[in-house]
Design a protein around this ligand. Structure first.
Ligand code: 5AD
Ligand code: SF4
Length: 464
């Protein structure tokens, strides 16, 4: 899926500069680039930063690979299917190199496959993992000098990826990475390998960026990290994650603060207190459980038991306002028995999540679980996934039906082709499609009354 950036740079810089000039360089003077992104929000945001960096170096972004002199893929390797996609896409661009185009692979597949990419796809000239993006300017210079094989594959960097200009692709919600990499060691996961060790950004740099974003007109910020709540401020202020949330909420102009993804082991009562006490901190927590079986959780090295996880849920359920809770689940982890899978089903019943992402276990290179026998058959994984998703659909349908008649604040982010139909998200991250006679609502906050509900979204009308 291609995600073009549709925001003018003047919007991001706050001034109305000559649109052809950025940081003293003429845009397009060095050539054009096409950047396609797969994967998670971290990848989306990395791409926004890479686009900003290229722009600042005089490259102009274009919408098609045909129009580009530099074709970049920011890749995902979390599951095998995602990684395979990259090579089939690269195959499509084989002949482009002959046309003089430079092709680069960024992100997790780049990190994982390394120089082997040059062997499998010799028409690629740049291979760079996310922990090396801060070195991209130097790599671009090497490419410009005609170097045919440029790599950035270190993961032992203690740097975070800071850029002078970021091209954000959503004009209302700004993503902001506060912690990169991951120090957890879940046995199925490539992230610690592809994104390197955990590095937290300095709290003053984060707050400076939030103030800039607010000045540019962003009212919602989403703090990002693989384990966002493991944030450890490297400055003398030693801000806790919950203190950072509160400080971000205090910035003038900021109306919503979101954060994702939280790790259950670092999910502490002060985070719930911050949500309770500060309405700007959104009432939504994404807390992946992965499995409802303590035995499987141990094999996954998730660092908590079913009971400990449920204590975190109880913290949120005990809050003075409802908190939307969502999760990720893997079915068919090596050795997962039928009764262990049923424990996941019973956990779903117990927690009653507002939504869930679910996946069949996929063995990944360099992960500890690769050496465990992938014992659950593909058919059985598919069956478990379908059963799980059916159960969750039932839960969501019932939960959403109870919201009919309630009113929510919605940040309007979509306009339907159908007349008078709009969409947006509530603070608890529920999608609502709603009707309004207003002519222009994009980017505004409106009150919406829920009039109908399905398992995956709500329908409503503008309440005035
Ligand atoms: N197989 C299946 N799902 C995985 N995830 C991470 N690694 C794997 C894997 N090897 C899922 C987890 C994680 C989400 C982003 O992707 O549920 O929370
Ligand atoms: Fe992967 Fe676990 Fe780190 Fe999440 S916490 S990124 S699942 S290793």
């Amino acid at each position: 899926m291609s995600k073009p950036f549709d925001v003018g740079l003047e919007r991001l810089t706050g001034r109305a500069p000559d649109p052809e000039m950025v940081l003293g360089v003429t845009v397009g003077q060095r050539g054009t680039f096409f950047l396609e992104t797969f994967g998670c929000q971290m990848n989306d945001h990395d791409s926004e930063k890479v686009a900003g960096l290229l722009h600042a170096r005089g490259y102009q972004q274009v919408d098609t690979p045909e129009a580009a002199s530099l074709i970049l893929y920011n890749t995902c390797s979390i599951r095998e299917k995602a990684a395979q996609k990259v090579f089939s896409r690269l195959g499509e661009y084989r002949e482009k190199q002959g046309e003089g185009k430079v092709i680069g692979v960024l992100g997790c597949v780049a990190q994982q496959e390394g120089e082997d990419i040059f062997k499998r796809a010799p028409w690629v000239s740049l291979v760079c993992g996310s922990a090396s993006y801060s070195k991209l300017p130097g790599m671009l210079a090497q490419l410009e000098a005609g170097n045919q094989r440029v790599t950035g594959l270190d993961t032992d960097t203690d740097e975070t990826f800071e850029t002078e200009v970021t091209r954000r692709d959503n004009p209302w919600r700004a993503y902001l990475t506060i912690i990169e990499g991951c120090d957890k060691a879940c046995t199925y996961c490539v992230v610690p390998f592809t994104r390197g060790p955990e590095r937290s950004r300095a709290s003053d740099a984060i707050l400076r960026e939030v103030r800039q974003l607010a000045e540019l007109g962003y009212s919602e910020v989403q703090l990002l990290g693989q384990t966002v709540n493991s944030y450890a401020d490297p400055t003398a202020r030693r801000m806790r994650f919950s203190e950072l949330l509160l400080a971000v909420a205090e910035v003038r102009g900021i109306r919503r603060v979101r954060f994702t993804t939280s790790h259950p082991s670092d999910f502490t009562p002060d985070i719930v207190k911050a949500i309770e006490g500060e309405p700007k901190i959104c009432d939504h927590v994404h807390l992946p459980v992965q499995s409802g079986s303590t035995r499987v959780l141990r094999a996954m090295q998730r660092t908590y038991s079913r009971e400990e996880y449920l204590e975190k849920i109880a913290l949120m359920r005990g809050a003075n306002k409802p908190i939307g809770i969502t999760t990720d689940i893997i079915v068919g982890f090596p050795g997962e028995t039928e009764s262990e899978f049923e424990e996941t089903l019973s956990l779903l019943e117990e927690v009653r999540y507002d939504s869930m992402f679910s996946f069949k276990y996929s063995p990944r290179p360099n992960t500890p679980s690769l050496s465990m026998s992938d014992s659950v058959s593909e058919e059985e994984k598919s069956r478990r996934l379908a059963v799980l998703q059916d159960k969750q659909r039932e839960i969501q349908a019932a939960k959403n039906a109870r919201l009919v008649g309630e009113q929510f604040e919605v940040l309007v982010s979509g306009k339907s082709r159908r007349e008078n139909q709009w969409s947006g998200y509530t603070t608890s991250h529920r999608m609502i499609n709603f009707a309004s006679q207003e002519r222009e609502l994009l980017g505004t906050y409106v009150q919406v009354r829920v009039t109908g509900a399905g398992p995956n979204s709500l329908a409503g009308e503008h309440a005035v």
